[in-house]
Design a protein around this ligand. Structure first.
Ligand SMILES: Nc1ncnc2c1ncn2[C@@H]1O[C@H](COP(=O)(O)OP(=O)(O)OP(=O)(O)O)[C@@H](O)[C@H]1O
Length: 648
């Protein structure tokens, strides 16, 4: 609406884009209505309660009319007392009904947003890891939270507005019945009231929405900055002045929006009070004249004044129904957008379970893979403007090409190769974080796509280089792998992972809180805890990315011992960074440019004189050696020094 802001410069700059996009995808209305089907009984009850309340609203002015005309003017005290008690009784009943209707409308609104929330979470959990690598988590959380709160609020207001329509019709009918002249004047007054009211209401709603969005965005930013890694990065590399300026800019926008929202919020009751006062003056002015002209009695005037006071409240609700409907549709549509993202990896309805604890081999047959493009896995609106124009419609490069490999059950295969060769990608396919673009990955002879998620999780255990721990106790972090593990099993796993001595020495033992992402523990300790978690789970296939972080020799030896326990008699695929692992491997695969270039044992590959030997000897020559094997027999030397790359 082209109306000049009454607060001129104060509100300037907050006008911005209309945050409510007007284009809603076809079919949204039908889909939204679908969410109300389970609540149809409550909607019917709500309609009944509000209709009864509307009847009470219009009944009491008629009682007051008789109270004045027949009771007061007729000098009948008994009638006066009776009708006053009746009016009071109706007021109490009306208040109770309003409470009940608020409860029911709240139940319906919250019920719908609960259904949507649960459905959205269930869906998001099933989205592939690629979705999470592209999405800014703060924005996602904000959307789920902000959008749902907005939907719930707008929906409840819509229900109230729909109920108000009944009241408005009844009040107008009664006004005409009592005095057509006063009723006509009231009708003329409605647009004078509704136009500024709906303008203020719309503005307020938009500011509220933008405020919520801005707050969600800022919360996302803070969440990124305030986790330990973010804080560390910001301390080491950050430019505090620039970051502060960005923060101030955003906080300033929030301040501006909040001031505007507050101002419009205050304007609403002011308009309401003004209109009610004008209407009262009008009805007493015109109605008083009509009483003197003996067109009707004093009681009718009192009834008219009371009725008019009850007209504007419901009309305000009706005035905002369109805006609320739009909010409901837009917010639903934005959540539907998320729900419509197809999970790239789904469990087949006829998926089978692998036999628990059965020795399983791992096989890749003609596997090629490219990472899914942005369009396939995420929404531009969840990437907070970081997706560039080029990325739209872009097809990503192949990262693995025609990979064939076989890791027999109970053996260890080490993957080596330069940085970016595709080693991690290859391991991601074993745990089915991604599906191959072509070819087949098998575990225990089954195509992974034919297995249930549960049995795959049971069978394949992963220890990544960057151990993630929840901000909780050591116990809780361990039990995450196997909630039913006993105390003895926990201790046994920790002993196997060479971490028990440390835990036992802590004052709170297993109940020690590890800090955000486990930052209170050293790199080696975290890895050993991750190994303990793996031992508890006892998978038959282990996918391991050895830590490249430099560990002191004691910690290093402990990790080695822990790994020896973890990998014993398991089918293991290890991205190896340490010479000892490579030498112990039954087979080494050299990955380069997404292909398996060579395969064999350390000795075989050296004898072959190919890529592995090249890298080995180049590195060895660089280190000034004379042909003997690099690294001591304790194997503590990181192998990436030998075969290149490896840094992340
Ligand atoms: N989520 C992703 N989306 C798109 N491309 C990716 C993604 N992850 C990795 N890549 C790309 O795939 C290629 C292979 O990466 P990968 O992490 O598998 O290499 P790597 O051999 O494990 O390297 P490093 O030894 O450094 O860990 C790289 O070019 C990388 O940029």
């Amino acid at each position: 609406m082209a109306m000049v802001s009454p607060f001129g410069g104060l509100l300037k700059g907050d006008e911005g884009d209309d945050p409510a996009p007007s284009r809603i995808r076809p079919g949204t209305v039908r889909r939204v209505l679908g969410y109300f089907r389970p609540h149809v009984g409550k909607v019917a009850l709500f309609a009944l309660v509000t209709a009864m309340d509307s009847l009470f609203v219009v009944a009491s002015p008629l009682i007051l009319k008789d109270l004045v005309d027949k009771g007061v003017l007729g000098n009948d005290l008994e009638l006066v007392i009776f009708l006053a008690c009746l009016a009071a009784g109706l007021a109490v009943m009306s208040a109770l009904l309003q409470l009940v209707s608020a409860y029911i409308s709240g139940k319906i609104g919250q019920g719908v947003s609960y259904d949507l929330r649960v459905q959205a979470l269930d869906h998001i959990q099933r989205l592939p890891i690629a979705f999470f690598t592209r999405t800014q988590s703060g924005v996602l959380v904000g959307r789920l939270h902000t959008e749902l709160v907005m939907t719930q609020m707008a929906f409840t207001q819509m229900l109230v507005a729909a109920a108000s329509a009944v009241t408005v019709v009844l009040v107008l009918a009664e006004l005409f019945y009592l005095s057509w002249l006063v009723a006509l004047l009231a009708l003329l007054l409605i647009p004078v009231f509704v136009v500024p009211w709906s303008y203020v209401g719309r503005r307020m709603q938009r500011y509220t929405r933008r405020l919520m969005e801005e707050n969600a965005g800022l919360a996302g930013l803070l969440q990124e900055r305030f986790n330990v890694q973010g804080a560390m990065l910001s301390k080491l590399f950050g430019r505090p002045a620039e970051e502060m300026a960005e923060y101030e800019k955003r906080a300033g926008r929030i301040r501006g929006l909040a001031v505007s929202a507050t101002l419009y919020g205050r304007m609403a009751p002011a308009i309401f009070a003004l209109m009610a006062a004008l209407a009262t003056a009008l009805v007493y002015g015109v109605g008083g004249g009509l009483v003197l002209a003996q067109a009707f009695q004093l009681g009718t005037l009192v009834a008219l004044a009371t009725l008019l006071g009850r007209l504007f409240g419901p009309i305000t609700q009706l005035a905002s129904i369109q805006e609320n409907a739009l909010t409901v549709l837009v917010t639903f549509d934005r959540i539907f957008e998320l729900l419509d993202l197809k999970p790239l990896i789904e469990e087949r309805p006829d998926a089978v379970g692998l036999k628990a604890n059965a020795a399983s081999d791992v096989e890749f047959e003609n596997v090629s893979f490219r990472y899914p493009s942005a369009d396939e896995v995420s929404l531009p609106s969840l990437e907070q403007n970081v997706r560039t124009g080029q990325e739209r419609g872009e097809v990503t490069q192949e990262v693995l090409r025609d990979v064939n490999l076989h890791v027999p059950a109970g053996t260890l295969t080490a993957l080596v190769g330069p940085s970016g060769a595709g080693k991690s990608t290859l391991t991601h396919l074993v745990s089915r974080l991604y599906d191959p673009t072509s070819g087949t990955v098998r575990v225990g002879g089954h195509d992974l796509r034919d297995l249930t998620f549960d049995s795959l999780r049971e069978t394949v255990g992963v220890v990544s280089q960057d151990t993630y721990l929840f901000h909780d106790t050591i116990r809780a972090n361990l039990l995450y792998a196997r909630p039913d593990a006993t105390e003895d099993e926990l201790v046994e796993a920790c002993e196997g992972a060479q971490i028990w001595d440390l835990i036992a020495s802590l004052p709170r033992g297993l109940d020690t809180v590890v800090g955000d992402r486990g930052h209170r523990l050293s790199g080696g300790e975290k890895q050993r805890l991750a190994i303990a978690r793996l031992l508890l789970k006892a998978p038959s296939v282990v996918v391991l990315d050895e830590a490249t972080a430099h560990l002191d020799s004691e910690s290093e030896a402990a990790v080695q011992r822990a790994l020896a326990t973890a990998l014993r008699s398991r089918t293991s695929l290890v991205i190896a960074h340490r010479l000892s692992t490579i030498r112990e491997a039954d087979r080494i695969l050299v990955i380069d440019g997404g292909r398996v270039r060579e395969g064999g044992t350390h000795e075989e590959l050296l004898a072959e004189g190919g890529l592995y030997a090249d890298l080995y000897h180049t590195q060895f020559a660089e280190s000034g050696g004379n042909g003997t094997r690099p690294g001591s027999d304790d194997g503590a030397e990181p192998v990436q020094q030998v075969v290149g790359g490896g840094e992340r």
